[in-house]
Ligand binder design. Structure first.
Ligand code: SAM
Length: 220
């Protein structure tokens, strides 16, 4: 899977993509991430990528030219999808991550900033995606979320580290996961209170453990 991220703040991605699952997935060559700096494509003297809105109003609007040229520079694979990070878009969910992980070999994401995109930039996209009903300052965190959720689903990425199958939101939009505990079996708080892990989980009896987990499943 190839990810292309179009942004005016490319350095935001360095730290997050350099750690943990995303780092390992790149090392294993399961994914290939290309972060494109839109500013490099600005043709004006000061590498400006935003300007005031026609008709007046607050804030700055991202200009069509640098985004157009940046998009043109990105090589397209056979099954690619262009997603625009947009608070007014379709709300992102696990089934969408599953669909993208299966149907596409390239996900291109456009990250907005300021008051958003010049409307003509929408001509370059297949779909507008929101990660939730709130407004962030930029599309970079949404792009990280989409990259990570898809990457986790790719064969061979999680391996033995974590099991995708047992995760929440796998088949549908119902949240399901059983409570988890690890050492110590008894934790004593500063007030002397004992917080115990359930005995059944320490019993080694897998039938009983499974029964307990089913009975105590968290749903949402
Ligand atoms: N004026 C815009 C509006 O009201 O929709 C807000 C633009 S927002 C400050 C700047 C950028 O952040 C957006 O263009 C988008 O790329 C990104 N963004 C903010 N919230 C988002 C969300 N919930 N989901 C996806 N992208 C978001």
């Amino acid at each position: 899977m190839r990810f292309d991220i179009v942004t005016i703040f490319p350095e935001i991605f360095d730290s997050y993509f350099g750690e943990s699952i995303i780092k390992i997935a790149q090392e294993k060559e399961k994914i290939d991430i290309h972060v494109h700096d839109v500013r490099e494509f600005a043709k004006n003297k000061h590498k400006k990528v935003d300007d005031t809105p026609y008709g007046g109003g607050p804030g700055m609007i991202l200009m069509v030219q640098p985004f157009y040229d940046c998009m043109k520079s990105i090589p397209r694979l056979k099954h690619s999808r262009v997603l625009m990070m947009d608070p007014a878009g379709t709300e992102y969910s696990q089934p969408m991550a599953q669909q993208y992980s299966k149907e596409y070999d390239q996900i291109i994401m456009l990250c907005g900033r300021y008051e958003g995109f010049d409307e003509r930039i929408y001509n370059l996209v297949d779909e507008r995606i929101s990660i939730g009903k709130y407004v962030l300052s930029g599309g970079e965190i949404p792009a990280m979320i989409i990259t990570e959720t898809i990457t986790r689903l790719l064969p061979g990425v999680l391996g033995d580290i974590e099991s995708v199958k047992e995760e929440t939101y796998t088949g549908d939009l119902e949240y399901k996961e059983h409570p988890q505990y690890t050492k110590p079996s008894t934790f004593i708080t500063d007030e002397g209170e004992e917080w115990n892990a359930p005995d059944v989980l320490l019993s080694g009896n897998h039938a009983e453990i499974n029964k307990w987990r089913e009975e105590n499943e968290k749903r949402g």
